[in-house]
Design a protein. Structure first.
Length: 764
């Protein structure tokens, strides 16, 4: 029986040993596969091992750790690939993570974000392609759709601003939903509404659908010359208490402008905004004060704002929130606090004895003096003690400087506090009525205290409220109860400054000065003029300290300056809110400025649409032989790394087909990125081709119309897009300017007049 038990025990030990070795081999194999980057294989090895050894806590722990580590590695690599724009690689890594752990929430969220970024990148690519073809309106629509997926995508926002600027400069009528953009001339007196719309339809190709509740007796009086179809329709419907709905680019529904009809025909859009920087309550108040909209829904938990409005109103809201939801300005305050001190001590002269001490001595054989012994005191029994003569030759000179150089970053209108020093305990004792005694400890800040509150303005000025206090312990004061209090020396300064970004202001003059003079003299002899110095000792002790504070604000983030297309938003009327162009529109006048024939409108004789008017000022009568003049226009100040535009404005009394320029400019300060033809050379629809080259270090720019037809007048000839490279004053000017006349049979190009060079300050 004993042998059987021994045999079973041996088998059990052997089995456990073999099992332990197998688990260790599985663990080692998984570690090697992890190190080699074979994540799926490593997890599979551990899963298979755990399946074979389900009771092994070591394998279970290793499996959980390996799975978590693999998921972390894959998500980290996917995030890095996503940041670098390698979307395919990031998608593959996230798919691997989801195969290893199908329920991983982070991997699923990143996959969704990656899909959005793909759509945004595709929108950006398509918009860039349309932009290269000159289709600005279509490119802008794609950018706006892309921003709905990612409202704060910086590349799309920059492209949107650039496209809006170009459309502002190139399209005086703004972007429209209608396919017809040619101007028309209308002259109707007491005409029926259906008749007017029929005339407009037959001459513009726009179809009209009239609601059954529109009265038949609606009469129209309108006289417009060189007006857009859309503006004409807006005036017709608004002046007759009607409203319109654009069904497609060539179909319009006209209905009575009543609340019931608006509910029936007006489209509704629910738009949800997640604000990044602004407060949802403040954004809702801003929208309600600017627009006539329904009460927005606000979720403070997620800082979300939701609206239900018409598509036109939602477009306006998107523009307003893009301006409102910006990051708060931040500033870095660089401080330097110095306490400069000096001490001077001089102790010079003879110090004579100032005391003589007589001490009676007891008689011999006595250890102390008694009253009876006083009768026997003689001069021999009196001791005398006289201090020695002391020569003082001491000179001490000391200079010290205490320096603190803190740097603190804070948001706009937020207080920042700095304490460099100690907290000194002050103990107070409280005794209750029943005799219970308790100690209370309060702390006093001693050292350097700074309280700062900056206000960052849009022009990079920073107003700072400064409160400075420098304190130190002086003496200890002991109360009658035995408690110790402290005497604290302090110096305070408070002021309000307004400084430029990077400007340093020094606050000084907090001076503490102490001068002490002490003389020890021999009576009588020490008061003799001049000679008295031989019978006296003079101690002069002087101390002086000054507190200096230097403060320099560095604006790290500020509100972005808005261009004209962003700062000014035309939104139609209060009852009909929609985005409109801010550029000037052709006015209805008594004469047709384009020279197009104006035919009186009758039921049988409709006016023909006028030929598209020039978007820039154009003379009708050219003055032959007079050379054009060119001048540069651009910003006065930009920042390093910022892209900016320089506009070439031209005035041409005679017809010209193009021009060729040679410009001067320091390439180390700014470089030219692109040249775009202006509207001057394409005012009649003929395309213009730009050219750009660098010859002998000088930039040569040219623009030529594709047809040998000249134009005259004034406007934008070309636009240079540049990028600031480093700090300095950049100056761009004309070296040579030649214009190509429309009639080249008379000879070569003619010299053009030029304006002064343009100077631009590039700030850091």
């Amino acid at each position: 029986m004993k042998h059987v038990f021994t045999w079973r025990l041996a088998v059990l030990v052997l089995t456990l040993g073999v099992s332990g070795c197998a688990i260790q081999r599985i663990h080692s194999a998984a570690d090697e596969e992890l190190a080699a980057g074979k994540y799926e294989t490593a997890v599979g090895t551990l899963e298979a091992g755990f399946k074979d050894h389900p009771d092994s806590t070591e394998l279970r722990s290793a499996l959980l750790k390996a799975r978590a580590e693999v998921i972390t590695r894959l998500i980290t690599a996917a995030t890095a690939a996503r940041t670098q724009g390698q979307f395919d690689q990031a998608e593959e890594l996230l798919a691997r993570a989801q195969r290893i752990e199908p329920g991983n929430l982070r991997a699923r969220e990143l996959s969704q974000a990656l899909a959005i970024e793909r759509r945004v990148a595709s929108a950006q690519s398509r918009a860039q392609e349309l932009l290269s073809k000159g289709q600005l309106g279509d490119a802008l629509r794609i950018v706006v759709e892309g921003l709905k997926d990612s409202p704060r995508q910086p590349d799309l926002l920059a492209m949107q601003r650039d496209l809006e600027r170009r459309l502002r400069e190139s399209k005086p009528f703004g972007s429209r939903l209608l396919a017809e953009s040619r101007p028309v001339s209308l002259d109707f007196r007491d005409a029926n509404l259906r008749t007017v719309l029929d005339v407009v339809s037959r001459n513009s190709g726009i179809n009209f659908v009239l609601d059954k509740d529109i009265r038949n007796d609606v009469r129209v009086n309108i006289y417009m010359v060189n007006a857009s179809v859309e503006d004409a329709l807006d005036l017709i419907v608004s002046s007759n208490q009607l409203a319109k709905k654009v069904l497609d680019e060539r179909t319009i529904l006209v209905y009575p402008n009543t609340l019931e009809k608006q509910r029936e025909f007006q489209e509704q859009v629910i738009r949800v905004f997640y604000l990044a920087s602004a407060d949802a309550k403040g954004a809702a108040a801003f929208l309600k004060s600017m627009l006539k909209i329904k009460e927005p829904f606000i979720d403070e938990r997620s800082n979300m704002l939701a609206l239900r409005e018409s598509p036109e109103a939602i477009q306006v809201v998107e523009r307003l929130l893009a301006l409102y939801d910006t990051g708060e300005p931040e500033v870095m305050l660089e401080l330097e606090v110095l306490e400069v001190g000096a001490s001077r001590l001089t102790d010079l002269g003879l110090k004579f004895p100032d005391t003589v001490t007589f001490t009676p001595l007891p008689p011999d054989g006595f250890s102390s003096l008694t009253v009876a012994n006083l009768r026997n005191i003689t001069g021999d029994r009196v001791g005398v003690s006289v201090a020695g003569l002391l020569l003082n030759l001491k000179r001490e000179v000391g200079d010290f400087e205490v320096l603190a150089n803190p740097r603190i970053r804070t948001k706009n209108k937020e207080k920042a506090k700095i304490l460099v020093g100690n907290k000194v305990p002050v103990i107070t004792t409280t005794t209750s009525q029943n005799g219970f005694v308790s100690d209370n400890v309060n702390y006093i800040d001693v050292g350097l205290k700074l309280d700062l509150e900056p206000v960052v303005y849009a022009d990079d000025d920073v107003m700072i409220k400064v409160n400075l206090e420098v304190s130190s312990l002086a003496d200890q004061v002991k109360t009658s109860t035995g408690l110790i209090a402290y005497q604290i020396q302090t110096r305070n300064a408070g002021t309000t400054l307004r400084l430029r970004d990077g400007e340093t202001q020094v606050l000084a003059g907090l001076i503490s000065r102490e001068q002490r003079s002490t003389s020890s003299r021999l009576p009588g002899a020490g008061d003799i003029p001049v000679l008295g110095r031989l019978f006296s000792s003079q101690l002069d002790n002087g101390q002086r300290s000054e507190l200096v504070l230097a403060i320099t604000p560095r604006v790290l983030r500020n509100v972005r300056p808005l261009d004209a297309s962003e700062a000014e938003i035309w939104i139609g009327t209060e009852n009909q809110t929609r985005l409109r162009s801010t550029t000037s529109r052709p006015a209805a006048t008594s004469s047709d400025t384009t020279g197009a024939p104006k035919v009186p409108a009758t039921p049988g004789n409709a006016p023909a649409p006028a030929v598209g008017s020039a978007p820039l000022a154009r003379g009708t009568d050219a003055s032959p032989g007079i050379p054009p003049t060119l001048r540069l226009n651009g910003p006065a100040q930009v920042k390093v790394g910022q892209e900016f535009s320089v506009l070439m404005e031209i005035t041409a009394p005679s017809d010209i087909r193009g021009f060729s320029l040679k410009l001067s400019g320091d390439e180390t300060l700014a470089t030219v990125i692109d040249v775009t033809p202006g509207l001057f050379f394409s005012q009649d629809g003929v395309a213009a081709v730009p050219s750009r080259s660098v010859v002998d270090g000088a930039l040569q720019v040219g623009v030529m119309r594709q047809q040998p037809i000249g134009v005259n007048g004034s406007g934008a000839a070309a636009m240079l897009r540049l990028k600031a490279l480093k700090e300095g004053r950049y100056e761009i000017g004309f070296i040579r300017a030649e214009a190509t006349p429309a009639d080249t049979s008379t000879g070569a190009s003619m010299n053009a007049g030029t304006g002064p060079p343009l100077q631009i300050d590039i700030k850091p």
